[in-house]
Design a protein around this ligand. Sequence first.
Ligand SMILES: [Zn+2]
Length: 414
Amino acid sequence: MRINLGRVVNDIEQLARFNETPGNGVTRLSFTKEDKEAREYIKKEMKKIGLEIYEDGYSNLFGRREGKNSNALVIMFGSHYDSVINGGKLDGVLGVVAAIEIMRVLDENNIENFYPIEMVAMNDEEGVRFGTGVSNSRSMAGLIKEEELDRAKDKKGVSLREAMIEFGLTPNLEDAKRDENSIKAFIELHIEQGPVLQNNNKDIGLVETIVGLDRYDIKFKGKAGHAGTTPMDNRKDALVAASKFIISIEKIAKNIGEGTVATVGELKLSPNASNVIPGFVEISVDIRSTKEQNINSVYNSFKNEIEKIKKELDVDIEVIKTLYTPPVDLSEENIKLMENISEKLGYKYLKMNSGAGHDAMNMAHITPTSLIFVPSENGLSHHPDEFTKPKDFEKGIELMLNTIVELAMRYDNE
Ligand SMILES: [Zn+2]
């Protein structure tokens, strides 16, 4: 039983055609014309396989292969098919086309699965249009609230709810929510989006933990003034304050170690003129770690640092928390299973962490979850040149196929 790599490559190329920015990477935002076209393609392929197709109250698109016991827990796998602006062909899509291909192979080989098997295609993982993010998996895990559908708006002021209705859906969060004891396992295949597998010459990454993410906006309020006439000891320079903070947070993260990272990636400066002392600076802070205590340590240290800077420079500093997701551990049992299968197949694997968020982290709230990485050429992603060699992603799909067969056939403990 083997997958057909040619069909997978074709699916990837076909889906890349549903694109708002041809010639400049792939742009396929949620609940748009391109989303609908991609969705129709996925439905058409699922129909050919004879899967039972259904959609829930949050646009999650499923293809179900019935099990010998139709009431047994579901084995689910899939990923997202929305993209960033000018992104690549593989981010998310690889996991969706892998799911389609696995369903084809199960059908061609008349696999008699005890457990029902469902593939899922999700359309709002990147969250670019509405500033949402991993919202499909949040809907399945019951981690999204009604008010978000109205609050989240695109650049034209269209709310998420309005866009869903325009798309032909009747939003129903209760319907999308999955019962905590209804899914036996969730598996997502994804490109690594980093250089670790390639640098270590590995075929497969088995993710143990998805890092937690803590995000802040920090506003430094000083006093704008003439750059020539305001003496150095009479200034409230917001940029000097922000700079001291940026230097300190780098040290804080390095001191805590254990892979803890902290990044200031955005900076707004006002008035932003060469002859004016900066009166106002706003920065973003992004902190990630596999351990909650390390995230808390960064926060506590930077709060102390802010108090020091306030006193030293007599500026006002406001800290606003914008996002928090805790670190998520994935299924150890299924990692062991995948290690065994990788060894049988002769694949070189690496147990690793994911520094990026994925739908898998939400699914882990309701079911034992796995995330399989395949190498990203030069670690590049969210870029038109994002690339993985077909013979590299073939291994990830083969591993997922064999894992699903193994999980679907085991009925001794049920
Ligand atoms: Zn992705």
